[in-house]
Design a protein around this ligand. Structure first.
Ligand code: NAD
Length: 357
């Protein structure tokens, strides 16, 4: 296949980890005879320094004309004093909105070699492989009316609205069922249907969409129970389907099961172009030292192959290379373990490249 990939490395460690992911994608292209065209552009603080805004028009145009976007991270102390609308992080909101990214996919997978990095017991987390599918553009974060008003008695009242339409639930449910088909074919839909009407509709629509996916098992769980089950028995989950606010909370909880932020990829899916990025930020405390872990970004590239291009075998090849590299004892500083050899960012990228079979 031919694909054009927008490469937005951004700031801090973004400039070190993104080239490693590009290296791996190039190797996959050669090996499997795909033509990937990589086009780089500025975003975040780096763009502010060059042209005065965090998300230049050229960058946005490139993203919209590409088949997928690979993003590093934005932000850093240098730009913290800027007015809010000019901060590097504004670029993230801008690009997500422009690309209409309504689904966020965050896997939480515990690699066998890193089980001891988790704060939970080995027997609880060994073998977990969860995908949180979070609705990203609806729900209580965007619902209207919202605001803070002053009542006649002088007291203030703050309010937000949890709101979902049938179509919004339908499209995110489809993403979850499609993702489950690439995995263990089990979706757990999270709601609060015993209390919230919006959840009642959510559950009804999910059940309806499920009729088109008879090969996928569907279960429902109240959000309070889901939060508890994630630390009690996380292995029961394959795909967790969540609205915006529940997904916000549960995806962080699921991420922390695995122990290291440098290992966690993500995908955001929209009507057309998807965006793939590590969940961590620009890590200014370790930037420029060749010690950042590139695995989250390399695994984000694997998600791109699977979710943007339907290249599941190629994605699996990257996953296997990561597993093998960890098996061989390669560790960046953040995941170091007794007896393992500590390697730098580029060396970890090279090792994964060598282990692509
Ligand atoms: P962070 O994720 O950058 O760092 C948190 C901690 O994790 C730090 O100790 C860092 O060294 C470590 N870490 C992060 N990525 C790592 C990696 N790949 N390998 C090893 N260790 C890693 O979060 P923060 O410190 O709160 O934010 C730093 C900057 O990043 C801020 O300007 C923030 O606004 C921005 N940020 C950007 C994004 C994004 O671009 N998507 C997300 C979060 C934060």
């Amino acid at each position: 296949m031919n694909a054009k990939i927008a490469v937005l490395a951004g700031d801090g460690v973004g400039r070190e980890i993104v080239p490693e992911a590009v290296k791996v994608l190039r190797a996959i292209g050669e090996k499997y005879h795909h033509t990937f065209e990589f086009v780089s552009a500025d975003i975040g603080g780096q763009a502010i320094d060059k042209v005065g805004v965090p998300l230049p028009q050229d960058t946005l145009a490139l993203a919209m004309q590409s088949d997928a976007v690979l993003l590093g991270a934005v932000g850093g102390p240098k730009w913290e004093g800027l007015e809010y609308s000019l901060r590097p992080e504004r670029a993230l909101l801008g690009i997500r909105e422009a690309l209409g990214l309504y689904a966020n996919l965050r896997p939480a997978k515990v690699y066998a070699d890193l089980v001891d990095a988790s704060t939970l017991k080995r027997e609880v987390i060994e073998g977990i492989d969860i995908l949180v599918v979070r609705e990203l553009t609806g729900g209580i974060y965007f619902g209207k009316p919202k605001g803070i008003e002053t009542l006649a008695n002088g007291e203030e009242r703050g309010f937000n609205t949890e709101v979902y339409t049938t179509e919004e639930v339908r499209r995110i449910a489809k993403v979850a069922f499609e993702a489950a088909r690439k995995r263990r074919k089990k979706v757990t839909s999270v709601d609060k249907a015993n209390v919230l009407e919006s959840s009642e509709l959510w559950r009804r629509v999910v059940i309806d969409v499920h009729k088109g996916y008879p090969d996928v098992e569907l279960g429902h769980m109240y959000v309070d129970n889901a939060a508890m089950q994630l630390v009690r028995n996380p292995r029961q989950f394959d795909v967790l389907l969540c609205n915006n606010i529940f997904g916000d909370i549960l995806s962080d909880e699921a991420a922390m099961l695995t122990g290291s932020i440098g290992m966690l990829p993500s995908a955001s899916i929209g009507a057309k172009v998807g965006l793939f990025e590590p969940i961590h930020g620009s890590a200014p405390d370790i930037a420029g030292k060749n010690i950042a872990n590139p695995i989250a970004t390399i695994a984000s590239a694997a998600m791109m192959l699977s979710y943007a291009f339907q290249l599941d075998n190629e994605a699996e090849a990257i996953e296997q290379a990561i597993v093998k590299t960890l098996d061989l004892g390669y560790r960046t500083k953040d995941i170091q373990s007794p007896g393992a050899s500590i390697v730098g960012t580029a060396e970890m990228g090279d090792a994964i490249l060598r282990n692509l079979t």
